[in-house]
Design a protein around this ligand. Structure first.
Ligand code: ZN
Length: 261
């Protein structure tokens, strides 16, 4: 399967999967960039995958189907508020994209209706897990998000993370504050700055790198766990995660994590 990232809206990624002239899109928040990409590559849309209901991931669905004048499966979480899903999915379901199978994991926390899609090659994690970061809690609880992130942490190191937004700069700069003595984070920070300076995407990234450098996959491990306990966390996943997420939300609000080129 070929996987191409389409930049959309302010900082979204729409993932275009293609094989033998047929294509699937993940989270088409903008129909125009998808239509342009399909036409440029001579691809026929075969299906749409939705991770969660937010408009920047779903608002292109109706336009795509209408403008292409086709009916294709729209996969998404069974408990979604988005009403355009034709094929509702739950934990343990499997999709077959012309012989390329994807497994469905329920990963609530950012929203209550979030699913991630994965196989050995790729993880489409929507707004649950970002490169070097994770989604904000709009609907779920810290306990739900901590469970979702640990579920994704259990996936293989070689699997590539394809997430819903390009937030790597802010995320890795926060990671360097949260774990100042982690050489892997320091190296990734330098790589990320170079990536942004040259206009390259920082996504995808191998899950193994996320496990070494993403604080939201490390909140229960030393030395970050001790740092969070010192910042007032209780010694449980929900509290450790909530303390870390709250710390980043505070810094996000100051603007100091925004890209400076
Ligand atoms: Zn979202």
């Amino acid at each position: 399967m070929q996987i191409q990232g389409l930049r959309a809206l302010d900082d979204n990624y729409i993932w275009l999967l293609s094989r033998n002239g047929r294509a699937w899109v993940v989270d088409p928040g903008d129909p125009t960039v998808v239509l342009d990409a399909l036409e440029a590559a001579g691809l026929a849309l075969a299906g749409i995958l939705i991770t969660h209901h937010h408009y920047d991931h779903t608002q292109g669905v109706a336009d795509l189907l209408e403008q292409l004048n086709i009916s294709v499966p729209v996969y998404g979480p069974a408990n979604s508020r988005f009403d355009g899903i034709s094929h509702p999915l739950q934990e343990g379901d499997r999709l077959d994209l012309d012989g390329w199978a994807l497994n469905v994991l329920e990963t609530p926390g950012h929203t209550l209706d979030h699913v991630s899609y994965w196989n050995a090659q790729a993880l489409f994690a929507g707004d649950t897990l970002f490169t070097a970061g994770c989604g904000r809690l709009f609907e779920g609880t810290p306990a739900q998000m901590a469970t979702s992130l640990k579920k994704l942490r259990a996936l293989p190191d070689d699997t590539l993370l394809y997430c819903g937004h390009e937030y790597t700069w802010a995320n890795i700069h926060f990671a360097a504050i949260a774990e100042p003595d982690n050489p892997d984070i320091d190296q990734r920070k330098r790589q990320t700055i170079e990536c942004y300076r040259t206009g390259q995407p920082c996504v995808p990234a191998p899950l193994g790198e996320e496990k070494r450098t993403n604080p939201f996959l490390r909140f229960d491990l030393p030395p970050l766990r001790e740092t969070l306990l010192a910042r007032g966390a209780q010694d449980d996943d929900a509290s450790l995660f909530a303390t870390l997420r709250g710390w980043k939300d505070e810094l996000d609000a100051t603007g100091e994590l925004e890209p400076r080129l």
